[in-house]
Write a protein that binds this ligand. Structure first.
Ligand code: ADP
Ligand code: MG
Length: 340
C-alpha cells in the first residue's frame, strides 16, 4: 500500500511563480527517481501551501511511470509512531529493513522529528541506505533546513544534500486559477467577481482559499440563496477572522523604527552605532517571533543580512532582555505595539 492519494496529482497542482521551482523539481524527480541530483528533494513552506499535495503528486506520477517501483508516503508523525511500536515489540530491525527496501520514500512534515532523537537516529540509517542505493527520498517541512531546530546536525546536513525548494504564498492570479480549477472539477459555476473577491481577500493559505469557496457553495445551495458579493463578504470575513493575522516584516520594521524615532533606511543601514544595531536586532527578533519567514528571508528583508546575522540577533535580544532592564522594556513596549 503506497498510501498515495490519486486526487493530489500534478494535473491538479496549479502552477504559479510561488511554486514553479518546487513543482518542476518534483516533475524532474518523478521522471527519474533517484537519478537526479535532487536527492533528497525537500519541499518546505507554510501551512496550507501545498506541501502534502505536491509530495503525493510526485509519488502518484512515479507509480504511473514506474509501476514496478515501491513508493511509500508516510507522515513523520506516523513514522515516529510506527518506530515506537516496533521498539516496544522488539521489531526494530524489521522496521529498518521494511524501509530500506523501498524505492521511493516520501516523508511529510519532517519538522515533527524535532527533539525525537531515537526516530532521527533510525531515519538517519534508513536515509543513508536508500541514498547509497540510488533510491529517491522526498521530504516536506514547514521550515528550511537552516531554520529547523532540534534536528541532529548529521541529519540536517543530509537534508541539504539535494534540493530544498520553497512553496511561497501564491500570487493573485494563481489563487484565481486554483479556485477556478476547483470549481470546474466540482462542476459548480460561480460569478467572476465573486471568485475575484475571494482570491483578493484570502492570500496566504490555499486550504483556506478552498475552504471559503466550499463554504460559499454550501451556504448558497443550503439556503437556496444566490451567491452574492455580500454573502462572499460574510464568509471571507469568517475565514480571515478565524486565522490569526500575521504581521508583516515591513510592518515590524516600521513599528520598531517609529519606536526609536529613526527611519527605516537608518534601521537597515550598515552602521555599527549601538542604538541602531540594537533596533535592527529587535526588528529581526520580532520578525522571527511573529512571522513564519525563514532566517534567510528575514535577513534579506532587513538590510540584506544573512541568516547567521539574524540568528545572532535573536540570541542577543534574548540575552539582553534577561540582563538589561531598559532593554527588556523595549521588548515589552514593542511587543504591545505589535499585538494590537
Ligand atoms: P500543506 O501540506 O502545505 O499544509 P496541502 O498540500 O495540504 O498543504 O494543501 C492544502 C490544500 O490546498 C489542498 O487541498 C491542496 O490540494 C490545495 N493546494 C495547494 N496548492 C495548490 C496548487 N498549487 N494548486 C491546486 N491546489 C493546491
Ligand atoms: Mg501537509
Amino acid at each position: 500500500e503506497s498510501q498515495l492519494n490519486p486526487n493530489y496529482s500534478f494535473e491538479n497542482f496549479l502552477e504559479g511563480d510561488s511554486n514553479r521551482l518546487a513543482r518542476s523539481a518534483g516533475l524532474a524527480v518523478a521522471a527519474k527517481p533517484g537519478g537526479t541530483s535532487f536527492n533528497p528533494l525537500l519541499v518546505f513552506g507554510g501551512v496550507g501551501l501545498g506541501k502534502t499535495h505536491l509530495a503525493h503528486a510526485i509519488g502518484v506520477d512515479i507509480k504511473d511511470k514506474y509501476p514496478e517501483k515501491t513508493v511509500l508516503y508516510i507522515s513523520a508523525e506516523k513514522f515516529t509512531q510506527q518506530y515506537i511500536d516496533a521498539v516496544k515489540k522488539n521489531n526494530r530491525n524489521d522496521f529498518i529493513h521494511f524501509y530500506q527496501i523501498i524505492d521511493v520514500l516520501i516523508i511529510d512534515d519532517v519538522q515533527f522529528l524535532s527533539g525525537k532523537t531515537g526516530t532521527q537516529d533510525v531515519f538517519f540509517h534508513i536515509f543513508n541506505h536508500l541514498h547509497q542505493n540510488g533510491k529517491q527520498v522526498i521530504l516536506t517541512s514547514d521550515k528550511a533546513p537552516v531554520d529547523m531546530q532540534d534536528i541532529e546536525q548529521r541529519l540536517l546536513s543530509r537534508f541539504k544534500w539535494g534540493l530544498s525548494a520553497e512553496l511561497q504564498n501564491p500570487d493573485f492570479e494563481t489563487r484565481v486559477s486554483i479556485l477556478k480549477n476547483k470549481l470546474y472539477r466540482d462542476g459548480v459555476e460561480m460569478p467572476e467577481d465573486i471568485i475575484d473577491y475571494v482570491a483578493k481577500n484570502i492570500k496566504s493559505n490555499v486550504r483556506e482559499l478552498e475552504g471559503a469557496i466550499i463554504s460559499l457553495i454550501a451556504q448558497s445551495s443550503f439556503n437556496k440563496k444566490e451567491i452574492t458579493i455580500d454573502l462572499a463578504r460574510i464568509i471571507v470575513e469568517k475565514f480571515v477572522k478565524n486565522t490569526k493575522r500575521e504581521v508583516s516584516i515591513d510592518y515590524i520594521q516600521k513599528v520598531v523604527s517609529d519606536y526609536f524615532q529613526m527611519d527605516i533606511d537608518t534601521l537597515q543601514s550598515k552602521t555599527r552605532k549601538r542604538h541602531i544595531v540594537q533596533a535592527r536586532q529587535l526588528a529581526m527578533f520580532f520578525a522571527k517571533k511573529f512571522t513564519k519567514a525563514s532566517l534567510a528571508s528575514i535577513g534579506s528583508q532587513i538590510g540584506k543580512r544573512d541568516h547567521a546575522t539574524v540568528l545572532h540577533a535573536c540570541k542577543t535580544v534574548d540575552n539582553l532582555s534577561s540582563t538589561d532592564k531598559q532593554f527588556r522594556k523595549y521588548v515589552e513596549d514593542i511587543t504591545k505595539k505589535l499585538s494590537i
